[in-house]
Design a protein around this ligand. Structure first.
Ligand code: HEM
Length: 128
């Protein structure tokens, strides 16, 4: 094979596992996110690891178990506001820092996640 997938470039299963762990540790504590996530994030993290693996061009683990991701549809039961999208992305940036993901592979992954996160927004900002 002549080229490496982004999955290989970021460091494969080891890094994806660490990234997902570091990410949900932050989600669990984030005041904007914690209210819409389950208390036990084990299953959420397991699915996210499957999803990110295939998003990065690794094996299609998510689709093998759950079918087409249909991510926007799967997020419709939750109120995803612009504030929550920003919070999600900040948890992801911090998780990337924690696991030492850097360079072009990180930047490209992050930029794709910004677009995907924006696509998940389904609710305008609440009045408080
Ligand atoms: C599931 C929130 C963005 C991928 C979920 C769940 C919530 C959520 C509340 C359900 C957790 C559960 O019940 O287990 C958010 C918020 C986002 C966001 C607030 C902010 C924009 C994203 C992005 C991705 C993503 C950008 C892709 C990289 C997933 C996946 C699942 C999920 C794969 C599991 C779907 C399933 O049940 O099979 N998200 N999400 N989310 N999210 Fe997000």
């Amino acid at each position: 094979k002549q080229w490496k997938t982004p999955y290989e470039l970021v460091g494969g299963e080891e890094i994806v596992t660490k990234l997902v762990e570091a990410f949900y540790a932050r989600v669990a504590k984030h005041p904007d996110l914690q209210p819409i996530f389950p208390d036990d994030l084990t299953e959420t993290a397991r699915k996210q690891k499957q999803f990110l693996t295939q998003y990065l061009g690794g094996p299609p683990l998510y689709t093998e178990e759950h079918g087409h991701p249909m991510l926007r549809a799967r997020h419709l039961p939750f109120e995803i506001t612009p504030t929550r999208a920003k919070a999600w992305l900040s948890c992801m940036r911090e998780a990337m820092d924690e696991v030492g993901l850097s360079g072009q592979a990180r930047d490209e992954l992050y930029q794709r996640l910004v677009l995907t996160a924006q696509h998940m927004i389904n609710t305008p900002e609440h009045d408080r």
